[in-house]
Structures are given as C-alpha cells and as structure tokens.
Ligand binder design. Structure first.
Ligand code: ARG
Length: 400
C-alpha cells in the first residue's frame, strides 16, 4: 500500500468503540487522524482529545460544527416537523451526515485514502455513515473494524485495558448518543421492553420529585418556519434549542420510550430525551395550523413522513431529500409569528398562537355578533356536498 492509502481519518466520538478503533487501525499500520465533531453534545472535549492521543492517533481534532448543524440540518428538520415513526426527532440520523462532511473534509486535507467509523453491524449509524461516505467520497475506502473485525463490547473493554486506553468514564450501562437535538439511550436493562426505564437512564430530563410545581411559559417567535426569538429576545437557533431543552428538561418533559423499526430490520427499544426538539416541533406545528391553507396543511405531512424515513435511513444526501426540502421551504413563507408554550411537570402545551399571516378570520369563525359568514350560502352547499351519498343510498335502499 502507498502512504496515501495508509492514512485513515476516523469519525471519533471519544467513546469506547472509536477509541479502540484508533489503536486497532494503528496496529494495522495506519496513520490515524481522529475527528471529533462538536454537534452540541455535553462532553469534555479535552478528555476526548487526551484519550485519542493515548490510543495512538497521529492527530486528534475537535471541530465545532454546532451552528452549522443547527443551520443546515436542524432547520430543515424543524420546517419538516421531522419525527421518525411520529415520535423520534432523529437525533442521530440528523447528526451523522454533518459528521461525515467534516470527516471527508479532513480526509481531503491530510490526503487520506481511508475513512473509518466505530459502528456495530446492528445499528442504523453504519448505514448513515457508509451511504453518506459513498456519496461524498466514493473514492475512499471505508473501514468499520468494530463490525468487520468483530469486536464485541467485552472484547473492546479488554483491548482498551491491554492497550492502556483510559476508558473509566466511557464504559456505561447504556449506549448513548447525544447532541444539540437530544440524547438517546439503549442497551442494558432497556433491552427488556417490559422493564420501565430506570431513572439512571436519564440525564437531560428531571425525575418527578425535582420538577417545579408552578408552570412556566415561554413564547417562541418563528420567522418563515425557523425559531428566531424567545420571550422577545432574538437568539441564534442553537441557543433557542438549548434554552428550550433546559427548560423542558427541568419539567421532565421530552421523554420518549419507544419500540422502533431499525433500517437493518430489527425492532429495538429506545429511550430518548428530546425536550427542546419536541417543544419546537409542537410550536412550529401550532403556527402552521394557523397559517397554512387547508389542502397544503393536509398534504405536507405526507411528505414530512417520507422525509423522516429518508433521514432516518441514511439518505440525507439523496435527490429526494433535497426535493422534499425544496417543497417544504416553499410552504414556510407564511409561517412567521409567535407561539406560547406552557411547561408543567411532564408536559409542554401550546396555549396560544398569533401571526401576521394568520388565516384565522374572527369575523368568519365567530358565533357572536360581527359574523361575516353568510349562513344562507351553507344550505345549497351542504345539499350538493351530500348529493353523491344521497344518490348512492337511494340505490342501496338504505333509507328508512
Ligand atoms: N436508534 C436511534 C437511531 O437510529 C439512536 C441511535 C443511537 N446511536 C448510538 N450509536 N448509540 O437514530
């Protein structure tokens, strides 16, 4: 092999599997450049860099991609109310293509012939990494040693000990992934779908005992479908998400316990903590209720559903995802205005909404005085509307 192909760039999370992957690749003769991507996970990045170096990486870098992740990935997710199977805001599915872009950038910079990831063969993340690498850098070889050299968890722990990689802080009961959009947990006691999630599986959402008892309200302002301010204070998207995540989390809102259908064919039990994401999607939907014309409001969710499947399935870099995003963008022009969210223990409820492009017309909706709705229009309209059924029922003899 030439030196070019002996350079590998690894998508490095700092966890057990990717740390072991660094050393495994160096054992195979690779010069390993580890790339940690900051997508808003609450991590000690100094510790990650230290661990990567101790594992034998030629370089370890942490790239701050938080604002880019918010702008390029979470913005479309909000506009598309992105929820896989109607429940999961796709914390991992949205972050992987962002991470892949950074890894490919570094691969070009150092002239690597190989990119690598630390996923197992059972999950969706391997699909997302490899499909995305295949689009952005089809010339690069992809290595997945945890999967392909078959390094199960116990073996990874043993290898880390043998190789002197400090992992005391990263070997946990649960397999966790985390970023600005939320936190995921699986494995351990969660593998039995009958077992209630132990409280130690949660980190971002408060247990019942410590939730505030008095409700709190927050007003979210949107501009063309994107959150732009909280309680009148203009903020960048990442900050809006962070603040709503902290507030919702304090109330214990945003826990999702679901059985999910993975791309690789297995059902799994997953636990999500996504207070900010769910609060924002609830608010965004409420504003769409007010501002989208009826047929559009009924049609958009059909494509939202498809969009979520594509993102979950690792098809971020697909022409269909891009085309649906163009459609979704075209729907968002009127989605500006404000939504009042009320947080109570375990819940977040929309309690008010207003917009300059509201289609809600009080003079049409009111049952009080000032009614502009001509009720005499209704009679003939309803008669024609019901005509097909009337004709049908006469033939059936279903009348009494
Ligand atoms: N099941 C979720 C998904 O596929 C979460 C995956 C979390 N990833 C992980 N490596 N722990 O999006």
């Amino acid at each position: 092999m030439d030196t070019h192909s002996k350079k590998a760039v690894l998508a490095y999370s700092g966890g057990l599997d990717t740390s072991v992957t660094i050393r495994w690749l160096t054992e195979q003769g690779y010069e390993v450049h580890a790339v940690g991507v900051d997508v808003g996970q609450r991590e000690d990045f100094d510790e990650i860099v230290d661990r990567g170096a101790k594992a034998g990486a030629a370089s370890v870098r942490v790239i701050d991609a938080v604002d880019r992740y918010a702008a390029e990935f979470l913005t479309p997710a909000i506009k598309a109310n992105g929820l896989y199977e109607g429940k999961y805001p796709m914390v991992s599915g949205l972050a992987r293509p962002c991470i892949v872009e950074e890894v490919v950038r570094v691969a070009r910079e150092v002239g690597a012939g190989v990119v690598a990831h630390g996923c197992t063969g059972k999950g969706n993340d391997q699909v997302r990494f490899e499909v995305s690498f295949g689009v952005l850098a089809p010339d690069l070889e992809v290595l997945a040693p945890i999967r392909d050299a078959n390094i199960p968890r116990e073996k990874a722990v043993a290898l880390a000990a043998e190789w002197g990689i400090p992992i005391a802080n990263v070997v946990t009961t649960y397999s966790v992934d985390e970023n600005l959009w939320g936190r995921t947990a699986e494995c351990g006691p969660l593998e039995d779908p009958w077992v209630a999630p132990p409280e130690d599986a949660f980190e971002r959402t408060a247990p019942t005992a410590t939730r505030p008892t008095e409700p709190a309200e927050m007003t979210v302002a949107f501009e063309r479908g994107v959150p732009a301010a909280l309680d009148g204070e203009t903020l960048g998207l990442a900050e809006v998400i962070r603040r709503l995540d902290v507030l919702g989390g304090a109330f214990g809102f945003g826990r999702v316990d679901m059985i999910e259908n993975r791309r690789v064919g297995i059902k799994s039990r997953e636990l999500y903590e996504v207070p900010g994401a769910l609060a924002i999607i609830a608010a965004h939907r409420a504003l769409e209720d007010l501002t989208l014309e009826r047929d559009l409001a009924h049609h958009k969710p059909l494509l939202e559903h498809r969009w979520a499947d594509l993102v979950y399935d690792g098809q971020w870099f697909s022409p269909l995802r891009a085309a649906i995003d163009a459609y979704v963008d075209a729907t968002q022009a009127p989605v500006s205005g404000e939504v009042r969210l009320r947080f109570e223990p375990g819940s977040c409820t929309v309690v008010g909404r207003r917009s300059g492009s509201s289609l809600y017309d009080l003079s049409l909706a009111t049952y009080g005085s000032g009614d502009a709705f001509d009720q005499s229009d209704a009679e003939g309209y309803v008669r024609l509307y019901g005509l097909p059924l009337k004709v049908w029922s006469a033939k059936q003899g279903t009348g009494t």
